[in-house]
Design a protein around this ligand. Structure first.
Ligand code: CUA
Length: 180
């Protein structure tokens, strides 16, 4: 039998299962089951356990809460666009706005402290990709998406947008500072 000519026997599918084929089906099934049970296992025992919350809200309300945080806790500004760098108190709610084509503001967090990081888009779908940790979250308009996070290492972490959002998608990058 070849893939070009039709099979010589019309009932080729009635032939018994070949041993090699059966072995591969068994291997694939076992691997699927391993991956299936890894999901709950990782959810309970993994260190990067993204058990998130999401609430409906409006861009105006979210903008206001972000602005309140910026007004209270800005420690400096960066670049000629004067992007505020915000150092909120340890353990507090911190807000990050995604919009065409920017993450705003810059956050400065403390190592080993737990924060509730809020993410929301002001316009349409963006993707929050935290590098090099490889944490990826879709950021939707109309939903306040909350990630409880504890930075375990100090340094500068990159944020890139990983959902295509138009002509300047590739420029939609930012960073999070983590200080000891
Ligand atoms: Cu925002 Cu791509």
């Amino acid at each position: 039998m070849s893939a070009i000519q039709p099979p010589t026997s019309r009932y080729w599918w009635k032939q018994p299962l070949d041993r090699v084929e059966g072995t591969w089906i068994a291997i694939a099934l076992v691997w699927c089951l391993i991956m299936f049970f890894m999901m709950p296992y990782w959810h309970i025992f993994g260190k990067q356990n993204l058990a998130n919350e999401a609430f409906r809200t409006t861009p105006e309300a979210y903008q206001k809460r972000t602005q309140d945080m910026v007004d209270k806790y800005t420690v400096r500004t960066e670049t000629d666009q004067k992007i505020p760098v915000v150092h909120p108190p340890a353990g507090s709610d911190v807000y990050l706005i995604a919009r065409l084509w920017q993450w705003w503001p810059l956050l400065e967090l403390e190592q080993g402290k737990t924060y509730r990081l809020h993410l929301m888009s002001m316009d349409w779908l963006h993707g929050f990709s935290l590098q090099p940790e490889n944490i990826n979250i879709e950021v939707h308009p109309g939903y306040d998406h909350i990630v409880t996070l504890t930075p375990t290492g100090a340094g500068t972490f990159g944020i890139v947008c990983n959902e295509y959002c138009g002509i300047n998608h590739h420029n939609m990058a930012s960073k999070i500072y983590v200080v000891p």
